[in-house]
Design a protein. Structure first.
Length: 202
């Protein structure tokens, strides 16, 4: 009768854990990126959590970006009066910008995963500024479609995803609350744009 081997290696079912990933997890890193500091109240947490600074910065950036983007409604009446364009033709530029911003967000999400939010936000800011600089020289209807609909719409597509994903990475327990604070700036600026548009029609 054969005796069992005392130190026999256990049978491994499935894929083995990568030693490099295990070491990275113990060191607090994932795929070469260091994890954010622990949240307040956690072991080793700080008195002021840096994630709050990320929330404030994201709130300011998204509020300003959406405020400038939605200011098209304030310029709508002056544009139609000055150039004699129809309301439908002028509003088409905003519709195109919304479509470009929506579908472009899918592309920007993939680019954010690959290059990080800092680079995407920087490039988006440059594109938005360029679009409004060109929009100040507009004298034909097709230019509004190009400058506002395509260029500015493309720049705006790179604001939502990097900002919200950055905030989500810094929080676990209060992730939804902090995301709501950032998005609240959009409602505030839309209300302001509506009041300005209403005053411009009087």
């Amino acid at each position: 009768m054969s005796m069992p081997i005392a130190n026999a290696a256990p049978t491994v079912i499935g894929n083995e854990v990568n030693p490099a990933k295990r070491a990275a997890a113990r060191a607090g890193t994932t795929s070469g990126r260091r994890r954010p500091p622990p949240a307040p109240g956690a072991a080793g947490g700080r008195r002021y959590y840096p994630g709050y600074t990320v929330v404030i910065a994201a709130f300011v950036v998204l509020t300003v970006a959406m405020g400038v983007f939605n200011s098209f409604g304030i310029l709508f009446t002056p544009l139609t009066h000055q150039f004699g364009w129809s309301a439908a033709a002028t509003a088409g530029a905003f519709s195109i910008a919304m479509l470009v911003r929506g579908f472009g967000g899918i592309v920007m999400g993939g680019l954010t995963d690959r290059f990080g939010p800092r680079l995407i936000l920087t490039l988006s800011g440059v594109v938005i500024a360029l679009g409004y600089l060109l929009l100040s020289r507009v004298n034909a209807l097709w230019q509004i479609y190009l400058f506002y609909g395509i260029i500015i719409g493309s720049g705006m597509s790179g604001t939502w995803v990097p900002l919200l994903s950055s905030v989500a990475r810094w929080f676990d327990r209060r992730r939804v609350t902090m995301t709501g604070i950032v998005v609240a700036g959009v409602g505030i600026v839309c209300l302001w744009c509506y009041t300005q548009y209403d005053l411009s029609r009087r």
